[in-house]
Design a protein around this ligand. Sequence first.
Ligand SMILES: C[S@@+](CC[C@H](N)C(=O)[O-])C[C@H]1O[C@@H](n2cnc3c(N)ncnc32)[C@H](O)[C@@H]1O
Length: 429
Amino acid sequence: MDTPQDTPGALSTQKALALPLGDVLPGVRKAGALSPKRPAVETAGLADVFPYYAGFSFEWARHHLAQHETELVSGATVLDPWNGSGTTTLAAQSLGLDAIGLDLNPVANVVAKLRAQDYTQAEEVKRPHSGTEVCVDDDPLTAWLAESTIRRVRQWCKVGEDSRGSTRDLLTVALFRAIREVTKKFEGSNPTWVKRAKDAADTVLVANEELDVIIERHVRFVSSRVGTQPFSKRAHIMTADSRKMPIASGAVDIVVTSPPYLTRIDYAVAYSRELALLGVNISSDRSLRAGLMGTTLIRRQAEAPVAVGKVGSALLSLIQKHDSKASSGYYLKQAQQYLTDLSSGLDEITRVCRSSATMHLVVQDSFYKDVHVPLAGICIDEATMRGWVLKNEPERFPVRRTLTSLNKFAQTYKKGDVAESVLTFYRGK
Ligand SMILES: C[S@@+](CC[C@H](N)C(=O)[O-])C[C@H]1O[C@@H](n2cnc3c(N)ncnc32)[C@H](O)[C@@H]1O
């Protein structure tokens, strides 16, 4: 296990703090270092089973976990508190490690569970009877689909409800894919913002037979991809908040994670169609959207103030002083809310980790208009404040295509290059 004494090249707390954190980090692009970036088409670890925004590839997560030789032998517990589609939990399981994955988005957890399960004894998924009774009153899918199409989708959901949990997850992911296919016209140039039908005439009507064929094609695809090798360890995948983890103190040995970035991705809007399939209407129930870190909603209830370190505070002051509209109002509040959530998440990670734990973080810097958002520097500062020590210099990987590059309004301001950083910490004494 990594300790301050036996870790060559570890930076002391003082040295880590002395880094010019608010500026571009003096990280290294090590020759041969494995980039966390996912390849354009990633099939390893079932990454292609559903398009979820993942901060790193399956290969990267496995590679970093495989370096923990001592823990692999002793049977350690791995945590990803922003687990998304379960790349970390699957990588941990594949190495025989216990894994806990938390995410507040139930869509992510369905995908993560699907990837974690063994389908050797899979049940056959049968087409529902056309007479199956379902209720489609106030169905959140009305934002995209015509009533008769929703009725057929809900009949398929009923097949899932009457099946084993693993079959239900398989069918649910197939339905996520099928709904995405038929509602493609609601996706714009920004892949994280999904539009809704303007009126009933704008909703999508698919004949039952055609819909069945589409759904069955996706069921076949997902079935052909899922795992048929039982893992020795189960992954515990939970719908839970990283700010309040349902985990005992000191239970975790290794954290591998990528938190949401300060890039205004609204995970609830990005997955609004899949949430609707699960019965969550993000327009009438704002609680999920409000709870997600990085949300574009400003919470109404005042939260207890959390102390933010000097790099985060410097960023807040630059946003506040920016002369563009709403910078000192809405955008300042959104950044404050984000930094508060990041701090609370790091507080919780620190609580649930053992004193010998290691934490691997993948984070991406970004720009607020022309203001550099030094997320790697903020994380180093915040983690150091909580007793974590940066093990070696950050590995930095340039990012070519960002969400900002897809947004023509955001292009008004001149921006510098951004990079993704891999930060590895151990806990100081
Ligand atoms: C960058 S993604 C992680 C992707 C993940 N590495 C994967 O392989 O898919 C960040 C995740 O954080 C989740 N998230 C946001 N706020 C959260 C919160 N308060 N508690 C738990 N998860 C949250 C989002 O739903 C999203 O899935």
